[in-house]
Design a protein around this ligand. Structure first.
Ligand SMILES: [Zn+2]
Length: 190
């Protein structure tokens, strides 16, 4: 199997929960899960390493837990942006993650004195799930509430935060451009 290219993830740099949700895309009429194996999640975490503390390789059960949580957050964010009520099951998953104790750092004492260390392998998943839940909570109830949108291109499902209320596309270079090209094509063939 070829390893995924760095361009695998179409949209990064949105709030963390949206970047996570955007690992599911629509391509050639089908839903595609970009996090289809632990190595793909390794790559995503690497791309997010400025705001996510994760050390070591992802294990299969961690991937399963993160995908499960992602789908719940996806449901809540899309429900909110279409003014519908989120399901009780998804709400429960988010609230469970918010209730988890999630150590951000630990203290280790070596022969040369105290050191701040990152949470161990057992705590890293908890910390990450909590971080995703916090980001979702912020998007749903914080100052940017009501600004999550789905890309206006009919075959794109990516979500973004429309800080600029006129933003319509996940990316002007891809979807915005595709829409311009098909508008032009319709005009010239009409
Ligand atoms: Zn798009």
């Amino acid at each position: 199997m070829s390893s995924a290219s760095p361009k695998l993830f179409l949209l990064l740099g949105e709030p963390l929960a949206l970047d996570l949700v955007n690992t599911r895309i629509h391509r050639n009429g089908a839903d595609v899960d970009l996090l289809d194996r632990p190595a793909a999640l390794d790559q995503w975490l690497h791309a997010e390493d400025a705001r996510v503390a994760w050390h070591g390789r992802v294990r299969a059960q961690e991937l399963a837990a993160i995908r499960d949580r992602r789908d719940a957050l996806d449901h809540l964010l899309r429900a909110s942006s279409s003014h519908q009520r989120g399901s009780a099951g998804a709400l429960r998953k988010l609230n469970r993650a918010l209730a988890l104790p999630a150590p951000e750092a630990q203290l280790a004492w070596h022969t040369d004195g105290p050191h701040k260390t990152s949470p161990g392998t057992s705590a890293r998943l908890t910390a990450l799930l909590r971080q995703f839940a916090m980001s979702t909570l912020d998007l749903l109830t914080g100052p940017d509430a009501g600004r999550v949108r789905q890309c206006a291109h009919p075959s794109c499902i990516l979500l973004f935060l429309a800080r600029n209320p006129r933003r319509r596309w996940c990316s002007g270079a891809t979807c915005g451009n595709r829409a311009r090209v098909s508008r032009h094509y319709r005009k010239t063939t009409a």
